[in-house]
Design a protein around this ligand. Structure first.
Ligand SMILES: C[S@@+](CC[C@H](N)C(=O)[O-])C[C@H]1O[C@@H](n2cnc3c(N)ncnc32)[C@H](O)[C@@H]1O
Length: 288
């Protein structure tokens, strides 16, 4: 059996077993390619079509084992490989933290926040940093930035620390345990925040893969706005005069508008649409 045939076989198994995606890949093909290449120790950008070697039965069995584990445990693939990728950057992950997939990473990569920066040495806060991915992407995007990551979960911050070490950014990123902004030492020029925002009925409908992630990272209360309500009350006090908040709200646009009818944010386009990530200046937040 060739690599291409093995990938196709495992893709069919994932499709047949109705596996859920959305935590690193969006479909059975990409998930099968990822797990097969990872298990065989091949680079993740291997062209499977030009790899014509016949695989050994040992290689095939090892792949079947990991795909079976994925199917029967319904754990996200990234928890099995202990690695996730965001904007081409690799992150260590385990069940202490959510798997990196924030849309804010796209906004950072596209430079959409850059025009709002008034200094080359911005003070940046990644509120709800979890695995540390956004704090790290901020530090990479703005080499002179002073970056802080905050999270309520000590366990998630342990993972963030591993990632800071992995990217040799432990000297530039400070990690703080804090309930929201309680321990924040403002003022910040940029606050990025991918908070828990999933509403209660969506939480109940989550597939097992997502239920394997920490509930603290996802659940935003009845309308998904519990954390965001407090944040929008407090955050202006932690922003510099020209400071901006970049906030992800996922699919909760209607709940956001109901909760904040006087908010007129700037929406930043992402691959998921135009109403998932917003930008608010300090002035906008003060007039809420
Ligand atoms: C959606 S995850 C985002 C993780 C990471 N920033 C990312 O984008 O992959 C939300 C994070 O918020 C943290 N969190 C939940 N409630 C919090 C609170 N009251 N204060 C600070 N962090 C909180 C969770 O522990 C979790 O790590």
């Amino acid at each position: 059996m060739t690599l291409q045939e093995l990938v196709l076989q495992q893709e069919q198994k994932l499709t047949h077993e109705k596996i859920s995606f959305g935590q690193g890949t969006t479909n059975a093909t990409d998930e099968a390619v990822w797990l097969v290449l990872w298990k065989l120790g091949l680079p993740l950008d291997t062209d499977i079509n030009s790899h014509t070697d016949i695989l050994s039965s040992q290689q095939i069995q090892s792949v079947e084992k990991i795909i079976d584990e994925r199917v029967f445990s319904r754990l996200p693939a990234a928890y099995l490989t202990q690695e996730a990728w965001l904007q081409g950057v690799s992150f260590y992950v385990d069940p202490r933290c959510i798997i990196p997939r924030s849309l804010i990473a796209e906004v950072l990569a596209e430079g959409a926040i850059d025009p709002w920066l008034v200094t080359e040495q911005p003070r940046v806060l990644d509120l709800c940093t979890g695995n540390g991915s956004l704090a790290i992407l901020c530090a990479l995007a703005w080499p002179q930035a002073e970056v802080t990551g905050i999270d309520l979960s000590v366990e998630a911050l342990q993972v963030a620390a591993i990632n800071c070490e992995r990217h040799q950014l432990h000297d530039r990123i400070e990690l703080i345990v804090s309930d929201g902004l309680d321990q924040a030492q403002g003022l910040y020029d940029v606050i990025v925040c991918n908070p828990p925002y999933v509403n209660q009925s969506s939480m109940q409908a989550l597939p097992p893969e997502f239920k394997a992630e920490p509930e603290l990272a996802l659940a935003g209360g009845e309308d998904g706005m519990n954390f965001i309500r407090q944040l929008l009350t407090d955050v202006a006090l932690y922003l510099s005069t020209e400071g901006v908040l970049i906030l992800e709200i996922g699919n909760e646009h209607d709940h956001f508008q109901n909760a904040f009818p006087n908010a007129y944010p700037i929406w930043l386009s992402t691959s998921a649409g135009d109403q998932q990530v917003l930008l608010m200046t300090r002035d906008m937040l003060q007039t809420l």
